[in-house]
Ligand binder design. Structure first.
Ligand SMILES: Nc1ncnc2c1ncn2[C@@H]1O[C@H](COP(=O)(O)OP(=O)(O)OP(=O)(O)O)[C@@H](O)[C@H]1O
Ligand SMILES: [Mg+2]
Length: 253
C-alpha cells in the first residue's frame, strides 16, 4: 500500500546571473492511494512533478509537508524501514560498466542484506523474465540503453519489495522490450504488490494501469480508471486532457 496525504514539496533555485532566488512549487497538496495488487499511472507533462513525487515515496527526498506511508510505515518517522519496502527505478541509466549484471546484482544483494544464494536465484530469475539471462556474465560497458534499463529493473526488484516505483520504465524502449517490462509489472501486480509508474506513454496507461492520476503543475487532476478520466473530461485521448489542462492553466495566468 502507498498512501500520500496532502504532500507538498518546494525547491529553491538561484538564478546565477541575477542572483535572485526562485521558489519552485513542484508538488502541491498531493494525495493518492495505491492498493496492493494495483498499478497506478502517474501521468503528466515535463516538469509536472512526477519524479519528485516518486522520489519522495522512495524515501530519497523528504516532503516539506504532509504524510507518506508505504505498507503503513511513515517515510519520515521510519525512513530505513520504509525504504526497505520499496523497489525504485529512476530515469538515470547509469550502470557500472566494468561489472556484469550478475556481479552488480550480487553487490546490490549485499547492500540490501539479501542472502547471497537468494539474491543469485532471484537475480537470475528476474534477468530471465526480462530476457537478459544470456548477458548475465557480459560486462555492461557495451550494453544498449534497453539492456541497461533491464539490469536497473532487476536491481530495483532484487530484494522482493512490496512497493514498486518505476519512473518512466518504458521511455526509450522499443515495443518488444517495452512489452517485456509491462509483462513484468503485470506479474508484480498479480503478486499483490502496489505498483506506481510515471509515464508520458498513453498506450501504456490504457494497457496496464488500473487507475491514473493526472499531475499538472504539481497538482493532481482526476484520479480514476483511464476510461473514467476520458469521460469526465469529455476527451477522446489522454493527450486531449493535457491540452485542456494547459489551456486552463494559461487562462488562469
Ligand atoms: N532537485 C531539484 N532542485 C531544484 N528543482 C527541482 C529539483 N527536482 C525537481 N525540480 C523542479 O521541480 C519541478 C518538477 O520536476 P520533476 O522532475 O518532478 O518533473 P517530472 O514530472 O518528472 O518531469 P519530466 O517528465 O520532465 O521527467 C520542475 O520544475 C523541476 O525543475
Ligand atoms: Mg521525471
Amino acid at each position: 500500500m502507498i498512501q500520500l496525504t496532502d504532500v507538498y514539496k518546494t525547491f529553491t533555485v538561484k538564478d546565477k546571473r541575477s542572483r535572485a532566488k526562485k521558489q519552485i512549487e513542484a508538488v502541491k497538496g498531493l494525495s493518492l492511494t495505491v492498493k496492493p495488487g494495483e498499478i497506478y499511472g502517474l501521468l503528466g507533462p515535463n516538469g509536472a512533478g512526477k519524479s519528485t513525487t516518486l522520489r519522495m515515496i522512495a524515501g530519497l527526498m523528504q516532503a516539506d509537508q504532509g504524510q507518506i506511508q508505504v505498507c503503513g510505515i511513515d517515510t519520515k518517522a521510519e525512513p530505513e524501514k520504509a525504504r526497505a519496502m520499496v523497489g525504485y527505478l529512476s530515469t538515470d541509466l547509469n550502470v557500472y560498466g566494468r561489472f556484469t549484471p550478475r556481479e552488480l546484482l550480487r553487490l546490490f544483494g549485499e547492500f540490501q542484506g539479501v542472502d547471497a544464494k537468494v539474491a543469485e536465484r532471484r537475480g537470475m530469475h528476474l534477468l530471465e523474465k526480462l530476457q537478459l539471462l544470456d548477458f548475465a556474465d557480459v560486462k555492461m560497458e557495451g550494453f544498449s540503453s534497453g539492456q541497461k534499463q533491464k539490469v536497473s529493473i532487476a536491481r530495483a526488484l532484487l530484494h522482493d519489495p512490496k512497493v514498486v516505483i518505476f519512473d518512466e520504465p518504458t521511455t526509450g524502449l522499443d515495443v518488444l522490450t517495452a512489452k517485456t517490462v509491462l509483462d513484468l509489472l503485470r506479474i508484480m501486480r498479480s503478486e499483490g504488490r502496489s505498483v506506481i509508474v510515471s509515464t508520458h506513454v498513453m498506450p501504456m496507461v490504457d494497457e496496464i494501469c488500473d487507475r491514473v492520476g493526472i499531475i499538472f503543475d504539481g497538482e493532481l487532476h482526476g484520479d480514476a480508471a483511464p476510461k473514467q478520466i476520458l469521460e469526465t473530461w469529455n476527451a477522446k485521448t489522454l493527450d486531449e486532457v493535457f491540452f485542456q489542462l494547459a489551456a486552463r492553466s494559461a487562462a488562469e495566468v
